[in-house]
Structures are given as C-alpha cells and as structure tokens.
Design a protein around this ligand. Structure first.
Ligand code: NAD
Ligand code: DAU
Length: 372
C-alpha cells in the first residue's frame, strides 16, 4: 500500500511525511512543486530511504499526477499542497488562485479518473477498516483527504463561540477565499461523483521547519539576529495555536477512521493574542539564549502597520474530532512552544540555508524542472 502526499516538502506536509515514516513502512510518494516554501533539506533524513520518493511537480499537471496515480496505485491522497501565506496573498493573489483553486480542481479530476478505475470491493473486503487493509485499493477503501484551514470561517468577535464544522464560510483574505473555494470543490466532488473525501480545517500550526515568514519562526529568527519583532496593529488579534505534530496525528486519525464526506475541525483550545505569543518567545529566548547585553528580547518588539483586512480572532471547536475519533493533542501550548524555540536554537543551519537561499541551490542541483 502507498500514500500520495502533495506539498510534502512544506512545513506541515514534511512533518507529516517524517512522522509517517517514523512509525510505518508504507511508502510515500511526495509530489511537491518546490516553490519558495518547499524545502527538500527538511526531508534530508529520508535521503536513500526507498520508502520515500520526492517528485517535483504541480498538482495541476494532469499528465504527471495521472501517471503517478497509475504507477503507484496509492490507497489515499493527502493534499497539503497550497500557497499558504496570507500576507503574500494580499500582495499577489494570482498564485493562490492558480494552485489553491485551479490546482485543486485539476488534482480532483486526476484523482477521480484514477478512483473510478479502481475495482469495486467484494462484500468481505467492504467490512475491513480501509487503512488497515493489506489488499490493493478499491473504490470503497480509497480516500482523498484535503487539508484546509480555520480561516475559511472568517473572523470571530470576542465573545463568539469557536468555529464548529457547521459555521458558515466567510473568508476574508485572498488566501482564505482560495482555500474556501477548494473546500467547496472537494465537497462537490463527493456529492456529485461520490469521490470518497475527507476534509480537515485546522487552526494555526507551529513547530519545527516552519518557514520564517510566519509569526512564530519570524520572531525567533529576528530576535536572535537583533532585528525588530514586527507586531501588526495592536497585537491583540487572537489565533488558536496547535503544535504541528498534533495536526499530523489528527490527519492520520481522520484518514484512518473519518466518515466519508465529513469535515473535521482540528485545534488545540489554545487561543492567544499575538502579543502574548511574541512575549512568550522572548521569555523563552531570554532563558535559553540570553542577549549579551543582559536585556530582554522584548525590547526588540516593534508595533507596525496592520495587515490589510486583518481577521481579529480565530478559535476552533474540536469536539467532533475528539468525541467521534478520540483524538487529543499531545502538547500544551507551553510544552509545544518550548520545543519549537529549542528546535530553532538547535538547527541554525536549516534557518541559515533558508535565509541565504542555499536551499534553492540544492533544488536547482537536484531537479531540472521549472522552479518557482
Ligand atoms: P507551506 O507553504 O509551508 O507548504 C506548502 C507546500 O506546497 C510547499 O512545499 C510548496 O512547494 C507546495 N506547493 C505549492 N504549490 C504547489 C503546487 N501547485 N503543486 C504541488 N506542490 C505545491 O504550507 P503549510 O503551512 O505546510 O500548509 C500546508 C497545508 O495546510 C496548506 O493547504 C494550508 O492551507 C494548510 N493549513 C496550514 C496551516 C498553518 O498554520 N500553516 C493551518 C491550517 C491549514
Ligand atoms: O489559521 C490557520 C492559518 O494560520 C493557515 O491557514 C495559514 O496557512 C497560516 O499561514 C496561518 O495564517 P496566519 O495569517 O494566522 O499566520 P501568520 O503567522 O502569518 O500570522 C499570525 C498572526 O500574527 C496574524 O494575526 C498576523 C500576525 N503577524 C504575522 C507576522 C508574519 C504579526 O503581527 N507580525 C508578523 O510579522
């Protein structure tokens, strides 16, 4: 049995692939366009591992995706591939429309073609739990899991209840609108064609291998470099934070036992204003790598112009996933953020190669395809 993962050289996808192969011998075909956000160095520990094959390519390349599906006959596709940064979507929405909407559409069509070519299961096969089946995939056992975001639900006021799966879609940024569109396509491919899909909508992730354009890694990296820590607006926007490995365990659980066509919200019940996150990072750095002048890293905090259309608050109600599938995060915010800061302190080369662009050189040397 094989898994096709898309976007598996990005932050969450790579964590998922690394975790998957740490606990399973089921091979992973990793299709990633290797945009600026795709970093094969994150997967360096898998070099030479026959269970992992990284293929540079676009989810919208129908010929390539159809060939990969026909050759490897995966029992599931897990779709992480996306343009993911809200600020970039504000300054240049085109790529977000291309990958998140058109790309998802093309991927769904390739997968639908493959899925309809699969055999229909015998009655006895139908009684097996799909992910534990040792037999070749069937139309019944196949799964398409779409990884999405809480941002599709829009912004909450201070006292609003957290987003449940039935909250209406009110996306506000080009990024969240493109993800919302992709969720609708996935839903429609299930409703219309019967494609066996699952969708997860998760809150803000943090942890190892997070690209240092996002809040938490940017604050760590800037603090250590003696640069300002830019806090947008008043810093009182609230996000709900989940350690990336807990997101990965939730995806595994949904893949294993989620009900077809269902949506599962994933979150850690960790609502925090941005300024609190930044101050927590500063406190941890003060403890683990004190500034040479004895001052706190908090001195580097700098309030800057707010993000356009900045959503005020996100909060995830994860009770469906917890009650139905028995999922629980392993980390609290306190344990997860400490691990994260420690990881960045222990892995300066990874950050250095991202900042210097050396990770792109590695891609250029090893791949001949078009680079974004
Ligand atoms: P990321 O930007 O770190 O990684 C995205 C990966 O997708 C990169 O490796 C990139 O090269 C690849 N990619 C981009 N366009 C592609 C294309 N057309 N074809 C193939 N590969 C392509 O993103 P991330 O933070 O790891 O997010 C992964 C997924 O999870 C996204 O779908 C995102 O919307 C969703 N999500 C992210 C968060 C979060 O906090 N980061 C939270 C909830 C949901
Ligand atoms: O909620 C899930 C989403 O979380 C994912 O779908 C996105 O892919 C992911 O990027 C993330 O989106 P955010 O916009 O919430 O993440 P970001 O790290 O960019 O910003 C977090 C908050 O911090 C947000 O309120 C903006 C603020 N911020 C961000 C940066 C980069 C700052 O104040 N300063 C900064 O420099």
């Amino acid at each position: 049995m094989t898994l096709l993962v898309t976007g598996g050289a990005g932050f969450i996808g790579a964590n998922f692939v690394l975790d998957w192969l740490a606990t399973s011998d089921e091979p992973v075909i990793n299709l990633d366009k290797l945009t600026y956000a795709g970093n094969p160095e994150t997967l360096a520990s898998l070099q030479g591992d026959v269970r992992h094959q990284l293929v540079q390519g676009d989810i919208g390349d129908t010929a390539l995706v159809s060939r990969l599906l026909a050759e490897h006959r995966p029992r599931a596709v897990v779709n992480f591939a996306a343009e993911s940064h809200v600020d970039r979507s504000i300054h240049g929405p085109g790529e977000f429309i291309e990958t998140n909407i058109v790309g998802t559409f093309r991927l769904l069509e390739s997968v639908r073609g493959y899925w309809s070519s699969l055999p229909v299961a015998s009655v006895s096969d139908r009684e097996q739990v799909p992910s534990r089946s040792e037999t070749a995939p069937t139309q019944e056992s196949f799964r398409f899991l779409h990884v999405s975001t809480d941002e599709v639900y829009g912004s909450l006021d201070k006292d609003d209840p957290a987003f449940s799966e039935t909250h209406r879609y009110e996306p506000n940024s080009p990024y969240s609108a493109s993800k919302a569109a992709s969720d609708h396509l996935v839903r429609a491919w299930h409703h219309t064609y019967g494609l066996p899909v699952l969708t997860t909508n998760c809150s803000n992730n943090y942890g190892p291998y997070h690209f240092p354009e996002k809040l938490i890694p940017l604050m760590i990296v800037n603090a250590l470099a003696g640069k300002p820590l830019p806090v947008y607006g008043d810093g009182m926007q609230v996000r709900d934070w989940l350690y990336v490995k807990d997101h990965c365990s939730a995806i595994r659980r949904v893949l294993e036992a989620g009900r077809l066509g269902e949506v599962y919200n994933v979150g850690g019940w960790n609502e925090k204003p941005n300024i609190e996150i930044v101050k927590t990072v500063c406190v941890l750095l003060d403890e683990l790598r004190p500034r040479s002048d004895g001052k706190s890293y908090a001195e580097q905090i700098s309030y800057v112009t707010d993000r356009q259309g900045h959503d005020r608050r996100y909060a995830i109600d994860a009770r469906k996933l917890e009650a139905e599938l028995g999922w629980k995060p392993a980390e609290t915010f306190e344990t997860g953020i400490r691990k994260t800061v420690e990881w960045y302190l222990a892995n300066p080369e990874w950050v250095l190669h991202v900042q210097s662009g050396a990770y792109r050189e590695w891609v250029n040397k090893n791949y001949t395809g078009r680079l974004a």
